[in-house]
Design a protein around this ligand. Structure first.
Ligand code: LRH
Length: 495
């Protein structure tokens, strides 16, 4: 078994991948072992994740890793909030719900009747999103499934359980549930009690870097990996892993993790739990080494992905990203703008039409051509980035001198340039695979091959290809973005 190669299992909302990372002094190499689609399935009672298919994809990826010479350890990260329930025998109780399933509509009211919204924020520091685990559990209250449940496992913890047989709750992801005390860094017994959630459902916490067990014999046999291959707890919330790999070389940076979601914010030492922060819809999620990811969750490139999916299903429009971006670049600037966080964009479905309806509803001309729609989406996102980063700086009392844009969005030149123009700040774009790199680095550190956060970030900065975008300096260009920003008001907080 190599000592310096680590497998990062990174499951995203549209695809999963197993990446192999090699780490050493001045070395951080990443290669892809396996990539597979993550396609949700609509059952009569809701939208579900195909977790068995995901597990199979993980195993295929680990088999490819074994063929490549094996790994020292494996780590798993995924999106936040979603969970599986296991019964007293450890059997999976049904396919887990997708956070975009609308069953949580109205569930927040039941929670707030027991713990007021302001108090919930003071404890959890979490932005109100209708799908936070706490609201999903409220929607499940009284179901036969929840009654039979003995263990709740967040998505990465489920994958780790199926690899190792061990049970735990990784803390960066636990901090996205709405059941976690942001200041104490533990499950909130007080909230659980008042909300009637059985504390026994929630496994003991694990921190990034903790061992999570070794491979089960049948996993070692199927994949061909050595049975002593370790599974290491990483920052299992994908955003937390991505922030580990932000290639910052100084303190005054903001991060923008751009994929299906845009997560825009700052790394802090302590949560900001003020009413102003709640009003601005800011969240305090946990990062590695006790850091706080103070950020706003913005609907992100989901809007564009879902437009492309709609066009593709019709077979009539261009759907290739380079072609769409070229059309968007030639479309009329600031012709129509939307609030990317409007609740009507959350569910899957005909996105171009929802965008047009939103524009008509706010008295604007609806974008008709694909180029006009994509321009509307990307300019609106850049403006949402501007608003979130300015608010983050103000709420935390910090200065931002540059923006690190990581994740798949770093490939989107229009998004990067317009984010620089809208914010008036230089944008450093990359790495695209920040999440997998953060996953690898935390495993490498547990193996003694990497140092503290600043040194891990210097390693990323020294080894990964990055692109620099300067904001437009011409007064007319700047004035145009200021005028566009004045047209877009912050989204009213969810009722
Ligand atoms: C990004 C992400 C985000 C969550 C959302 C559900 O992948 O983890 O941080 O809020 O998915």
């Amino acid at each position: 078994r190599p000592r310096d190669v680590f497998a990062a299992v990174d499951l995203g909302a549209t695809s999963g991948r197993v990446m192999l990372g090699r780490v050493g002094p001045g070395i951080l190499d990443l290669t892809e072992a396996h990539r597979f689609p993550n396609t949700p399935v609509r059952l009569p009672d809701g939208l579900r994740w195909d977790v068995l298919g995901l597990h199979r994809g993980v195993l295929e990826g680990l088999r490819a890793a074994a063929r490549g010479g094996g790994v020292a350890s494996v780590g798993v990260d995924t999106w936040g909030v979603d969970y599986a329930l296991l019964d007293a025998d450890g059997a999976l109780l049904g396919a887990p719900y997708h956070y975009r399933d609308p069953r949580t509509e109205g569930a927040a009211a039941a929670v707030w009747a027991r713990v007021g919204q302001a108090e919930l924020y003071r404890v959890t520091g979490l932005q109100h999103l209708p799908f936070n685990t706490v609201f999903q559990l409220a929607a499940a209250a009284g179901s036969a499934q929840l009654a039979a449940a003995r263990i709740l496992l967040l998505m990465p913890d489920l994958m780790v359980h199926w690899l190792t047989g061990t049970v735990g709750a990784e803390e960066t992801n636990a901090s996205t549930t709405g059941l976690f005390d942001a200041r104490a860094g533990t499950w909130s017994e007080e909230l659980l009690g008042r909300l009637g959630v059985d504390p026994g459902l929630l496994p003991p916490l694990r921190a990034p870097g903790d061992p999570a067990g070794e491979l089960l014999p049948h996993i070692a046999e199927f994949t061909g990996l050595d049975a002593r291959t370790r599974v290491t707890t990483v920052a299992s919330h994908d955003t937390a892993s991505a922030v580990v790999a932000v290639p910052a070389t100084g303190p005054d940076f903001a991060f923008l993790s751009c994929g299906t979601w845009s997560l825009a914010g700052l790394e802090l030492d302590a949560p900001v739990l003020t009413e102003q922060s709640r009003d601005a819809d800011f969240t305090n999620e946990r990062g590695v080494d006790g850091t706080i990811r103070f950020l706003r969750n913005i609907m992100g490139l989901w809007l564009l992905e879902e437009c492309r999916r709609t066009w593709e299903s019709r077979g009539q429009e261009p759907v290739g990203l380079p072609e769409l971006l070229a059309l968007a670049a030639r479309a009329e600037p600031f012709a129509a703008l939307v609030d990317p966080d409007a609740p009507e964009f959350l569910a899957p479905g005909d996105m171009p039409e929802r965008i047009r309806a939103s524009c008509r509803g706010s008295g604007q001309r609806a974008p008709e051509s694909p180029g006009a729609v994509v321009r509307c989406v990307l300019e609106s996102l850049a403006l949402a980035h501007r608003r979130a980063l300015r608010q983050a700086a103000e709420l935390a009392g910090r200065e931002i001198t540059r923006v690190h844009l990581v994740g798949g969005g770093a490939r989107n030149e229009l998004l990067c340039q317009w984010t620089a123009d809208a914010t008036g700040l230089p944008v450093v774009a990359g790495p695209v695979e920040a999440t997998a790199l953060g996953n690898v680095l935390v495993q490498a550190r547990a193996a003694g091959l990497a140092g503290d956060l600043p040194s891990m970030r210097r390693l990323v900065s020294a080894t990964q290809p990055l692109r620099h975008y300067e904001p437009r300096k011409d007064p007319a260009g700047r004035a145009a973005w200021d005028a566009a920003a004045a047209r877009t008001e912050p989204s009213p907080r969810n009722p």
